[in-house]
Design a protein around this ligand. Structure first.
Ligand SMILES: [Zn+2]
Length: 347
């Protein structure tokens, strides 16, 4: 069976995700990413002709390019993700965990452990094509489902060769909470698990904390999802957090990221925990903001485990400048054949 994969965007750096898969005479677009910051190139949609688009999750670099696609193009996503589509955009349901056919191609989905309603995609063509979207094996709240075997693996390598366990990240963040802080975070992703973690941590540190209404709505939405779509044991803690009285002037704020600047928070200092735009990188260098990662992507050990579990013969590390290094480190003694920096995986 002929298979052609073209990474339209997302290879060689942190960039909008857009991957074209052509099989059985049909063309599927996996994700339709938008620019992560002003000035980032985002031309992948020009002249594109596809049969359907599948969106893995609601972060801007995976969904923000939908506006550049024809409104009548069939679009598939889960219902929590559909809430982030442009108003009035038609969409068709993608299972949060299950199987369907799109343009005649068998598609399996599973929870990606990265964001509310976010999934990975597996296409049942040519021995299997797995696309992780953004994925994480370390979420306190969101499960990662084991995918079926796949000959080709397109993987979230946003962290390159980084391999620090989440427990160490949490300790490093905790050490920075002795002064008044604001943590701007993606509301559908790490906000939810950070909220639960802070609710346990804050009393131990003797600090007060609160979350904004957007983060609060994310937790409420999480409780509305079928129970099997979150890790066991968290529901009571989420309800307790939502019901508890909140302090009037907390020393710590967890807020949905609205491009917050230091001058927006004169009494607090910003602590970023994820991707830094060029502007924020400059602010960090100038000592105006701080940064300490909270893992929401696959780190090297987990990429390696996933490749082994998939039985992948070709791996394409996405969203990283360290394509060659990641590929070399993913090599196994069995002589796994790795893709190089080329964007086509033909076979
Ligand atoms: Zn994401």
């Amino acid at each position: 069976m002929s298979l052609r994969i073209e990474v339209l965007s997302g290879l060689g750096g942190k960039a909008p995700a857009a991957i074209l898969v052509e099989a059985k005479g049909k063309r599927l677009l996996l994700d339709a990413g938008g620019a992560l910051h002003p000035g980032q190139s985002n031309e992948w949609a020009a002249g594109l002709d596809v049969d359907a688009v599948l969106i893995t999750h609601d972060h801007i670099d995976h969904i923000g390019g939908v506006t550049a696609l024809p409104g009548e193009l069939p679009l598939y996503c889960t219902s929590p993700v559909a809430a982030a589509l442009p108003p009035g955009r038609d969409w068709r349901p993608l299972p949060e965990r299950g199987e369907c056919r799109i343009a005649g191609i068998p598609v399996t989905t599973g929870q990606a452990g990265h964001s509310l309603g976010g999934v990975w995609l597996h296409l049942g063509v040519a021995g299997g094509v797995f696309y992780s979207g953004d994925a994480c094996l370390e979420s306190l709240l969101l499960p990662f489902d084991e995918p079926p075997p796949a000959r080709v693996a397109l993987l979230d390598a946003s962290y390159g060769i980084y391999d620090v366990p989440q427990a160490q990240c949490r300790e490093a963040i905790a050490r920075r909470l002795s002064e008044p802080r604001v943590l701007p975070v993606p509301a559908s992703g790490r906000a939810l698990e950070m909220a639960l973690w802070l609710d346990t941590l804050a009393p131990r540190l003797g600090i007060t904390w609160d979350l904004d209404s957007v983060c609060r709505k994310g937790l409420e939405a999480l409780l509305e999802l079928p129970r099997s779509l979150r890790r066991v044991g968290g529901d009571a803690a989420i309800r307790q957090l939502l019901d508890a009285p909140r302090p009037t002037s907390p020393s710590l704020w967890l807020v949905a990221d609205r491009d917050d600047d230091p001058h927006d928070w004169p009494a607090h200092r910003l602590l970023h925990t994820g991707y830094l735009t060029p502007r924020r990188q400059r602010q960090r260098v100038a000592g105006e903001v701080d940064w300490q990662r909270w893992n929401v992507h696959l780190r090297l050990s987990h990429l390696r485990a996933l490749v082994r579990q998939l039985g992948a013969r070709q791996v394409v590390p996405l969203f990283t400048t360290d394509v060659r290094e990641v590929n070399e480190l993913l090599m196994t003694p069995s002589g796994l054949m790795m893709a190089t920096e080329g964007s086509d995986a033909a076979g």
